[in-house]
Write a protein that binds this ligand. Structure first.
Ligand code: BJW
Ligand code: ZN
Length: 263
């Protein structure tokens, strides 16, 4: 008998058969894995298997060796610049355009935006928003270094002469309270939460999922099973690139007795 691709089970189909007005997509590194961007903790090419986060993604690492840290982030920015949004990013953009879905990401890439999603909340900052480590002024990103995995001296701030640092949130740094607060509000008001491609181990981002109202439907799209949490979650064991287009298809088809989405 031929192997059937996984499909949503009947419980998930039933849960999605109503119309949703406040959809939130909460994404992590697995969202961009199908675009060729490595995750941090999964698969054979997880970044933290090859690189030591304490030497690259902390304020102490930056103080100890800014050239190593800047070079590593420039290499990653180059990887992202060469990548393209995958069908999962495109499905999320369709959900926003047709149903007003809101997107909260832990990712520092710009693939949601390049797929056509607007107003993305980046909890952990962006590879494309470097800023001065002294006066915090934004600094325009230069041409990306696709092949460099080299030490690179960071550019100097034109205002104060300080080192320009990556615009990401490192371990031990606070998330932007305005972004975190807005994310918490959107999730606390959602009726459908799609949790895509995250291991859920990094706080405070991981705890946001628990803010979804008790009657909201929560669907996790992740090829790997995760520890059951405190609340019921539908688990769709598919990649973002295959699971999200399928979910978008279900959500965008007219529910029985309802007009088509967007009508
Ligand atoms: C697929 C797939 C496919 C694969 N399709 N899925 C409470 C308890 C314990 C510790 C803490 C705590 N509170 C705070 C901490 C400390 C720390 C923390 O959480 N540590 C834990 C690791 C233990 N948190 C912090 O330090 C945070 N700051 C903070 O709390 O500050 C407090 C403070 C307050 C006031 C003043 C000062 C301080 C900051 C956290 C910043 C995280 N930064 C990073 C790096 C960003 C920059 C960069 O990119 O380099 O963010 S770490 C890294 O992990 C990155 C990610 O956004 C984040 C989450 O990872 P994610 O997205 O979940 O990826 P993975 O790889 O873990 O998982 C991928 C998943 O995808 C897997 O499940 C796969 O199965 C799946 N997948 N292919 C769909 N095709
Ligand atoms: Zn400056």
């Amino acid at each position: 008998m031929p192997l059937q691709p996984p499909t949503p089970d009947s419980a998930l189909r039933a849960a999605l058969s109503r119309r949703f007005g406040r959809i939130v997509v909460f994404s992590g590194a697995g969202m961009s894995a199908d675009s060729g961007i490595p995750t941090f903790r999964s698969g054979s090419n997880g970044l933290w298997q090859e690189f030591d986060p304490s030497r690259l993604a902390t304020p102490a690492a930056w103080r100890a060796d800014p050239a190593m840290v800047w070079g590593w982030y420039e290499w990653r920015r180059g990887q992202v610049a060469q990548a393209a949004p995958n069908p999962g990013h495109l499905a999320v953009a369709r959900l926003q355009q047709a149903l007003g879905a809101s997107v909260i990401t832990q990712n520092v890439d710009d693939l949601h935006e390049r797929a056509g999603t607007a107003d993305v909340l980046h909890l952990h900052g962006s590879l494309f928003a470097p800023r001065c480590s002294g006066c915090c002024r934004p600094h325009p990103p230069g041409a990306a270094h696709a092949k460099a995995r080299l030490r690179l001296d960071p550019p100097r701030c034109t205002s104060c002469g300080g080192d320009v640092r990556p615009g990401v949130v490192w371990f031990g740094e606070a998330l932007d309270p305005a972004v975190l607060g807005e994310a918490a509000q959107r999730i606390a008001a959602c009726d459908l939460l799609l949790v895509v491609g995250t291991s859920g181990v990094v706080q405070p981002a991981a705890s946001l999922v628990g803010l979804a109202p008790a009657d909201a439907v929560v669907v996790e799209v992740n090829p790997e099973p995760r520890e059951p949490g405190a609340r019921p979650v539908h688990h769709l064991a598919m990649t973002a690139a295959s699971g999200l287009p399928m979910l978008a298809g279900l959500l965008l088809q007219p529910a029985p007795g309802n007009p088509p989405a967007g009508a």
